[in-house]
Design a protein around this ligand. Sequence first.
Ligand SMILES: [Zn+2]
Ligand SMILES: [Zn+2]
Length: 387
Amino acid sequence: MDFGDAREARDGFHDFAQATVALAVLFGGLAVLFGDLPVLGYQKLHRLGKSFVAFGEFFEAFIDCHWGFGRSPSEYHRPPWSRLSCLQRPDSSGRFPGWACSNVLGSVPAWQAQVPAPQLVCPMTAIPLVDSHCHLDDAQFDADREAAIARARAAGVTTLLAIGTGNGPPDLEAALRLAERYEGFYATVGVHPHDAAKADEPAFARLAELAAHPKVVALGEIGLDYHYDLSPRDVQRRVFARQLELAAAAGKPVAIHTREAWNDTMDILRTQGTRTGIMHCFTGDASQAEQALALGFHLAFGGVLTFPKAESVREAARITPLDRLLIETDCPYLAPVPHRGKRNEPAFLPEIARRLAEVRNTTVDAIAAATSDNFVRCCLPGGPPNG
Ligand SMILES: [Zn+2]
Ligand SMILES: [Zn+2]
């Protein structure tokens, strides 16, 4: 069977399965309406239809993975058949040697549990990815945090930098709680510009203390946000500069948030002599990228890179040297295409890696390898803590 045949067979089967479900629903509807078709009944018909769909999905995924049609994991997340995930990793030759299925999404409604629908998550690359900026402490993950982490790992995202700004002082340990609990997590501590007005002396003292923690690998996200202006601008500038001093004292890099405040951000970074850090969610143009690169910063690209209108951001991503690139989700915000508008999560990071690879005319492997190395160089210069 060549690829064309396989693709056709897959699509054909899928259409057939969908048609079966439509018929089942139609007959089920009639059964409910007239109440007099007792032979199979709506639930049974529906279940039968689902079985066909389940098999169709499995068949599709098998063909895609086996022959490497290169569809992304996210394309298998079509509800409501995304309840199970087959965790597969390619071997060194890029093929998928075996099947290992596990339920990573938690509870399954009873009627669906009777018709398991295996879904494949094929990591886009065998090289582990680093999500250099995520807010998994956010309340939006309260219902499924563990499952989101499992999905991230299934998608090959094995290292995550949890951002510790949370709801602002006095709680400065939002990310550290995750880093202490989950493998592969590192933390930042910091006061977000939105919360600058809440930063008092005890908060700075606590930040200085936490900055020495071995799992705290950077201060952040800190900076200036003149878009929302949730704290007065002079307070934002003062709190930003103060945190740059704390980072310098701790010998740690910084993760910078800057929105509609580029010139002030650069002025403060230059005045403070800050040379190592990450421009998180970089959405500037090529000339701003050059300024940040000249200072010594890494640029982290996120979901915005995938937005149709973000050509100037893609231009910035093109001119950034490979050894200064990072990727991030900034979840739960800024989900990449094709998830735009939904809650973002680390499992969507491969979409960003893929887009970055396209923009730079290289492979996802090359992006994964470079961004992972860069993260270690920038944030873990002494190697991972505890080995
Ligand atoms: Zn931010
Ligand atoms: Zn953020």
